[in-house]
Design a protein around this ligand. Structure first.
Ligand SMILES: NC(=O)c1ccc[n+]([C@@H]2O[C@H](COP(=O)([O-])OP(=O)(O)OC[C@H]3O[C@@H](n4cnc5c(N)ncnc54)[C@H](O)[C@@H]3O)[C@@H](O)[C@H]2O)c1
Length: 312
């Protein structure tokens, strides 16, 4: 099949593109490299068509043959959306609309990667599921929510087929800290700090939790979402239904590396979510999604990767 992957040079996108190439699909990758790297797709450089462009300008591009499916991952990061809210609207809202217009013209199905952070904090002990109330706390989450509505509207009015997946906290090899964009993903930051013997900043008491999904599980979910017959713009969580605190992640990194962290305590982050635990039952029923990796297994892989790529 012929696929477009937006944001394909990024962290999750590059794993997805490799997966699609290994199944011999025809893959075009669109990215502006604001947070992606060419080296992320070195292994499939000769198999893909590269399109260096801003997602919001997609309508001015000519792609030749029609796409069967569009995986829409290009995004401005959550962490920079309070610093640069206009950029967030450009990329996340206008980008989504541009993708839906392209999908309409091509008759392509869209899988859109949204964010579970839209729900806000989970009640103690309980899991959040798709019926839980939305409570976006940053412009990024609000714009992801608006984009989900665009998918629904385009399905109802124009018959564009799509599925929305709301990722929990994805982590894995190639995830990078980007100081310029204030992008400091939890596991990547802690692994980098400990492996490079840098100070570790813990915001708040470190008891805030994340539902950590390893990148190969996340990719498996979006591939299954695209392959499924469902296309009614429905929303499904891709998660593990397990909570891991920041302190627990640090403990695992210390144990795996055999190195002790130098901790600096800091203020809680603005807009941070206290508890994250998401039920993936709907994705399981709808397209057979089931995560395979434990946090310890995934973090072990990340540590091995970081040790090979020290100081990145
Ligand atoms: N990583 C997570 O924990 C997580 C959690 C929830 C949702 N998501 C979603 O999953 C998707 C992938 O996330 P990721 O962690 O791989 O992020 P990433 O930043 O690594 O990838 C996004 C890619 O989009 C590109 N991009 C940014 N602005 C663009 C623009 N205007 N035009 C074209 N390309 C542009 C970047 O260069 C980057 O390569 C995103 O949609 C994100 O919102 C990720």
């Amino acid at each position: 099949m012929r696929f477009l992957v937006t944001g394909g040079y990024g962290f999750v996108g590059s794993h997805l593109v490799e997966d699609l190439c290994s199944s011999n699909h025809d893959v075009t990758v669109l990215d502006n490299l604001s947070n992606g790297r060419l080296s992320n797709l070195e292994s499939v450089r000769n198999k893909i068509t590269m399109c260096m462009a801003n997602i919001e300008h997609i309508r001015t591009l000519h792609f030749g043959d029609k796409f069967d499916g569009i995986f829409h991952l290009a995004t401005a990061p959550r962490s920079s959306s309070l610093m640069d809210p206009m950029r967030d609207i450009e990329t996340n809202c206008k980008g989504m609309m541009a993708v839906l217009e392209l999908a309409r013209a091509h008759g392509a199905k869209v899988v859109f990667t949204s964010n579970s952070g839209i729900y806000g904090t989970a009640p103690a002990g309980a899991s959040i599921d798709e019926s839980s109330a939305n409570n976006p706390t940053t412009p990024y989450d609000a714009n992801k929510l608006v984009s989900e509505y665009y998918c629904k509207i385009y399905h109802e009015i124009h018959g564009v087929r799509s599925l929305v997946v709301r990722f929990a906290t994805v982590y894995g090899e190639r995830q990078q800290v980007n100081e310029k964009l204030n992008w400091k993903p939890l596991v990547a930051t802690l692994v980098k700090n400990v492996v490079n013997n840098e100070d570790v900043t813990i915001n708040g008491d470190g008891e805030q939790t994340r539902d950590l999904i390893y990148v190969k599980d996340a990719v498996d979910g979006v591939v299954k979402a695209m392959a499924s017959s469902a296309g009614d713009a429905d929303i499904c969580l891709l998660s593990t239904n397990k909570e891991t605190s920041v302190n627990e992640v640090l403990g695992m990194v210390e144990e795996i590396t055999g190195q002790k962290a130098r901790i600096i305590r800091s203020e809680p982050l603005k807009g941070d979510i206290r508890r994250m635990k998401y039920d993936y039952g709907k994705a399981k029923r709808k397209f057979g999604f089931e995560p395979k990796y434990t946090a310890k297994e995934g973090i072990d892989k990340m540590v091995k990767y970081a040790k090979k790529n020290l100081h990145q």
